[in-house]
Design a protein around this ligand. Sequence first.
Ligand SMILES: Nc1ncnc2c1ncn2[C@@H]1O[C@H](COP(=O)(O)OP(=O)(O)OP(=O)(O)O)[C@@H](O)[C@H]1O
Ligand SMILES: Nc1nc2c(ncn2[C@@H]2O[C@H](COP(=O)(O)O)[C@@H](O)[C@H]2O)c(=O)[nH]1
Length: 198
Amino acid sequence: MQGPRPVVLSGPSGAGKSTLLKKLLKDYENIFGFSVSHTTRQPRPGEVNGKDYHFVTREEMQKEIDAGEFIEHAEFSGNMYGTSKGAVQAVQAQNQICVLDIDIQGVKNIKRTDLNPIYISVQPPSIDILEKRLRDRKTETEESLLKRLTAARVDLELSKEPGLFDLVIINDDLEKAYSELKEMLLEEIKKTQESRNS
Ligand SMILES: Nc1ncnc2c1ncn2[C@@H]1O[C@H](COP(=O)(O)OP(=O)(O)OP(=O)(O)O)[C@@H](O)[C@H]1O
Ligand SMILES: Nc1nc2c(ncn2[C@@H]2O[C@H](COP(=O)(O)O)[C@@H](O)[C@H]2O)c(=O)[nH]1
């Protein structure tokens, strides 16, 4: 795959990946592009099909997986999620830095590909704080919230594997976490800006 190095943002549900990503996409509108994943979960209020996710049925997604159209896919908290080749190519065709928001199974699967991204894990200061953030977000039922907390514990354990991530950001103070993210990506941002001006 060509163009600037992609970025993988991973970490437990509710850790703050989308919040950080939204800031990044707003501040560097033309530099970063979001890899729009497929999912079988129901859209949340305000989510737009084709922008936040491609919302599909299990049958539709399985058909595309069987056809070899996905770079990676995983089952998370009772739903399927996956990154299509098309999602990444659409961003790379614009010569933008492609950002993938994926779970830890996705990270492990991407490691087996030639995508060569920068791997960043966004983590909460504690499980209690994560639970509060997920509850306050009001997107989950009690059942899905408990599933996500169980997955979060597994994620935090697995992410200790040496070398799995290039950077771990503890998202306590949002501005501090965002500064750490920007600092890590500064070189790729500069390279992309320079290539635009040349
Ligand atoms: N540093 C922070 N301090 C307080 N609240 C935060 C902080 N960062 C994010 N939040 C809030 O926590 C909630 C979860 O954040 P967000 O939706 O960005 O998580 P996520 O990692 O993208 O989750 P998911 O994987 O489920 O999409 C949101 O309501 C967000 O506003
Ligand atoms: N392996 C993949 N994981 C993905 C993908 N898109 C999103 N995700 C992860 O799923 C959970 C839950 O997301 P939510 O939007 O339902 O809260 C979260 O950890 C995402 O990072 C994907 O394409 N592949």
